[in-house]
Design a protein around this ligand. Structure first.
Ligand code: MN
Length: 240
């Protein structure tokens, strides 16, 4: 018997290529990759590897599962003066990884589908934490910090390895790149994550953002696209 009201798992709509509803994807955890595009690492003032050979180990952080926003309505978060957009490929897992982790060459078997999301960031809080060598949680893992498109099953998405990724704000292009610029591809990231965590069906992975991150303000409209995937549209509303 629950002694308090239970919180339902957030659910993301799943569509086919024609946009027809196919059901829902219940979310378990949200993992995020930091500094996965060299040009974004550099714009953040971090040392960026110039080649995959120099990439070291990936940077990971998490958001709470209920940070997901599926209707595009994002209230401007409290406690910040600098909300930033980061457009990212989102990978949805449909199977648990085996005990002991998964090799990169086997990782595609875990993937349920893909979407496009925003890793919304309270950049002022993140920068203050970085300056003190403290964790990024308050800058990254806040309410409504993960707006996400509908998911497209992997079987219908085809090869995304060179797909274009872009973000427009109020009709103006802010971010644009190609997924082949990621320092760590999806298979590599699933392998690395599986060394650290028990990956489960229901997990989402935000794969990191290209350069061009910048501020969002109340009233702004955003449109995020990855070639071949459902798009994400929404807007920032007044602080709740
Ligand atoms: Mn990010």
């Amino acid at each position: 018997m629950d002694l308090i009201p239970a919180t339902a798992a957030p659910r993301v709509p799943v569509v086919d290529r024609a946009g027809r509803a196919r059901g829902e994807f219940p979310v378990h955890r949200i993992y995020c990759v930091g500094r996965n595009f060299a040009e974004h690492a550099r714009e953040m003032g971090a040392a960026a590897p110039s080649s995959k050979a120099e990439r070291g180990v990936p940077t990971f952080f998490m958001k709470p599962a209920d940070a997901i926003v599926i209707d595009g309505v994002v209230p401007y978060p409290r406690a910040t003066q600098l909300l930033h957009h980061e457009v990212e490929l989102v990978v949805a897992l449909g199977r648990d990884a085996p005990a002991g982790g998964i090799a990169a060459e086997d990782a595609s078997a875990l993937i349920f589908g893909y979407g496009v999301g925003l890793d919304l960031t309270r950049r002022d809080l993140q920068n203050a934490a970085k300056a003190k060598g403290l964790p990024w949680d308050t800058g990254k893992g806040f309410d409504h910090s993960a707006p996400l498109s509908a998911l497209l099953p992997a079987s219908e998405a085809g090869d995304l390895s060179t797909a274009g990724i872009a973000l427009d704000v109020n009709g103006e292009r802010r971010q644009q790149s190609s997924l082949d610029h990621m320092l760590w591809n999806v298979a590599d990231i699933l392998h690395e994550l599986s060394k650290l965590y028990a990956l489960r069906a229901g997990d989402l992975i935000f794969m990191g953002t290209p350069s061009g991150v910048g501020p969002l303000l109340p009233g702004d409209h955003f449109r995020a696209c990855i070639d071949g995937l459902p798009e994400l549209q929404g807007s920032i509303t007044a602080t709740r």
